[in-house]
Design a protein around this ligand. Structure first.
Ligand SMILES: *Cc1c(COP(=O)(O)O)cnc(C)c1O
Length: 368
C-alpha cells in the first residue's frame, strides 16, 4: 500500500461544463429565426431527441422540474391523489408532486438498488394511488421492466425521472422504453446539458398531446387548464446540436469508470451491483462501501479533494428533510442503501492523472 502522504494532492472537480466547436454555429443560426418555444428549432430538437432515444414522441420543456409537473398533469394527478415514489431521490422529484396537491407516498427501494420494491408497493395500493415514479440514481438502471409490467397490470401510469440517465440502457433498450412517460433534465450538470431545460419522452400519442397542450396553456382554449413550460429556441438549438455528441461523451464516461474499476484494490470498495442486462451511462461511478464507518471514508476522500454527491447534497431519505417530514414513511432499505455508497466523478473533463489520483487515494485508505 502506498502511504497517502506521498501521493501528490489534487483537487478533482465534480463540475463539468461541456463546450463544443459547433455550439457557436448552432446558436448563431438560431438567432436568425424565432426564439420562442413554438419555433421550428424546438420541433427539430424534439425530432433529434426521438431519434437519439428511440422514442415516438418528445416534448421539450423549460426544466426537469417542469417535465415532472407536466407528466403528472398529463396522467391526471391532482388534489388529494397519491403518487408513489422511492425516498432516495433528490428533493427535485418530490416537490412537483407536492406542488400538484398530491400526497407523496414513499415506497421502499429494493435491497441492492434504487428501484422501487414491488412487494412494498403492493402493500400500499389503493384507489387513491394515481401514478408511480421510479428514479434511477446516478445513471444506474433499475428493474423498470418488472415495475412497468406490474404498473400496466395494476393500470397505474409509470413515470420515470431520468434526469441522471440519458443513454442508460436495460436489455439493449433506453430506460424510457419501460414507462408511460419519462422525464429528463438538461440542466448544466446533466449528461445532456443546455444550461436549463428538460424534455419528456413517450410512445403514447395521447399522453404526448396532453403534455404538449398542458405546457402551452392548453393552447389557451379556455376549456382545459395549462401553464407555460415551453423550452425557448436558443437552448433547443444547443440541445439539438449537443444531442449528437452524447454517445461519444458517454463512451468517455464509461472508459473513465472502467479505468477506475480496474485500479480499485481496497477490499471494502467495489462498484455497486448493476442490474442484469443493465448498462449505466456513468453519470457517476457508484461505489458500494463496506467500512464500519462509511461516512469517515467519504470525509477522507473529500479532505483529499475527491468530491461525492452523497456528501455534497447531504443525501438521505427525503422524509428526513423538514419540508417533506409530514409524509414520513420509514423505508429502511433505501436508508441503508444511501449509507452504504458514494459517488465518484468520471465526467469527460477529467484527465488521466485525475483518474489515477482517485484510484491511489482510495487504495491508500487505512481506516476500517
Ligand atoms: C436535476 C434533477 C431534477 C430537476 O431538473 P431541473 O432541470 O434542475 O429542474 C429532477 N430530478 C432529478 C433526479 C434531478 O437530478
Amino acid at each position: 500500500m502506498i502511504n497517502q502522504d506521498r501521493i501528490e494532492r489534487r483537487v478533482i472537480s465534480d463540475k463539468y461544463r461541456p463546450s463544443y466547436s459547433d455550439d457557436e454555429f448552432a446558436l448563431q443560426e438560431a438567432l436568425r429565426g424565432s426564439l420562442s418555444g413554438t419555433s421550428e428549432l424546438v420541433s427539430d430538437y424534439e425530432k433529434a431527441l426521438c431519434r437519439r432515444f428511440e422514442s415516438e414522441y418528445a416534448v421539450a420543456v423549460s426544466s426537469g422540474t417542469a417535465a415532472i409537473m407536466v407528466a403528472l398533469a398529463a396522467v391526471g394527478v391532482g388534489l388529494g391523489d397519491q403518487v408513489a415514489l422511492t425516498p432516495t431521490c433528490p428533493l427535485c422529484t418530490v416537490y412537483p408532486v407536492m406542488n400538484a396537491g398530491a400526497e407523496p407516498l414513499f415506497v421502499d427501494t429494493r435491497e441492492h438498488g434504487f428501484g422501487m420494491d414491488i412487494d412494498a408497493l403492493k402493500a400500499v395500493l389503493s384507489t387513491r394511488l394515481k401514478a408511480l415514479i421510479d428514479i434511477p440514481m446516478w445513471g444506474y438502471p433499475t428493474e423498470v421492466d418488472e415495475l412497468y409490467a406490474f404498473a400496466r397490470d395494476a393500470r397505474i401510469p409509470l413515470i420515470l425521472d431520468l434526469a441522471h440517465s440519458h443513454g442508460t440502457m436495460l436489455h439493449g433498450q433506453p430506460l424510457s422504453r419501460y414507462a408511460d412517460l419519462s422525464c429528463f433534465s438538461t440542466h448544466e450538470r446533466k449528461p445532456l446539458a443546455t444550461g436549463e431545460g428538460g424534455f419528456i419522452l413517450t410512445d403514447n400519442a395521447g399522453l404526448a398531446q396532453r403534455c404538449r397542450d398542458y405546457s402551452r396553456f392548453a393552447n389557451l382554449n379556455g376549456r382545459e387548464f395549462g401553464l407555460n413550460f415551453k423550452l425557448a429556441a436558443l437552448p433547443a438549438a444547443l440541445g439539438r446540436s449537443r444531442a449528437g455528441h452524447l454517445p461519444s461523451q458517454l463512451t468517455v464516461r464509461r472508459q473513465n469508470a472502467a479505468f477506475i474499476k480496474r485500479g480499485l484494490a481496497h477490499p471494502a470498495v467495489k462498484e455497486v451491483r448493476v442490474v442484469p442486462g443493465g448498462s449505466p451511462n456513468y453519470y457517476s461511478l457508484n461505489l458500494r462501501l463496506q467500512f464500519s464507518d462509511n461516512g469517515k471514508f467519504i470525509a477522507y476522500l473529500d479532505e483529499h479533494g475527491v468530491p461525492s454527491d452523497v456528501k455534497r447534497y447531504g443525501c438521505r431519505c427525503l422524509y428526513e428533510f423538514p419540508a417533506v417530514a409530514m409524509h414520513k414513511r420509514e423505508c429502511p432499505q433505501g436508508a441503508a442503501l444511501l449509507k452504504s455508497m458514494t459517488t465518484l466523478p468520471v465526467h469527460p473533463g477529467l484527465t488521466q492523472d485525475d483518474l489515477s489520483y482517485m484510484v491511489s487515494i482510495i487504495n491508500a485508505y487505512e481506516g476500517e
